[in-house]
Design a protein around this ligand. Sequence first.
Ligand SMILES: Nc1ncnc2c1ncn2[C@@H]1O[C@H](COP(=O)(O)OP(=O)(O)O)[C@@H](O)[C@H]1O
Ligand SMILES: [Mg+2]
Length: 207
Amino acid sequence: MPVIAVVGNKGGAGKTTLSVNLAAGLAKQASIAVLDADPQGASLQWRETANMQDPISVFPAKENLHVHAAELAREFDYVVVDCPPSVHAPQTISVLVVSDLALIPVQPSPVDLWATVHIERAIAEARETNPSLRSMLVINQLETRTILSRVVREALTEISLPVAKTALRRRAVYRNSALEGKSVFDMGARGAAAAEELEQLIQEVTA
Ligand SMILES: Nc1ncnc2c1ncn2[C@@H]1O[C@H](COP(=O)(O)OP(=O)(O)O)[C@@H](O)[C@H]1O
Ligand SMILES: [Mg+2]
């Protein structure tokens, strides 16, 4: 079933955070595999720290990533692939060929947004062999109670990638849950606001 690649061109953008929380949210209604395609292995590490009732399977990526992702896609309802921090990495290129959707977490800074032009190109290239690939930017670490600054809004208009209406705020619970190997859905009241924005995002991207 659907393969969702979480991609980007920079460390720290929120790929692992989005991958594991998206997977945890989807896991409420569907079977989920996370494929950790980043050699740094942060998703695998999260899994090893985890102590959850509803464990999500996290797999280390095998050599032939597109074959591996396609294999998992036959077994699970969704496969979420946590990609390395480069769209030029062989893992990212390989995964985009078998993905239905690429999600691109990006911080609301003009410099980061302008840098997504490389991602746009990588998506366009992947579409030559995978024409049905959809893509969406997800604004991550939006400051609470701050509206997007004028420069950020201008930068967004220069980007041709679609942008998810739901942004993820900067919230300590994203960091703290990860330290415990949990998702924001396991954090009770402390995670409620984050869980709500993730549910909204899930509705948007699975619509
Ligand atoms: N919305 C957020 N609010 C607060 N902290 C966040 C948020 N998204 C990511 N972080 C933190 O930022 C750091 C980098 O995020 P991470 O998901 O590891 O990025 P990447 O996988 O792209 O390198 C981590 O410490 C993570 O906990
Ligand atoms: Mg990561």
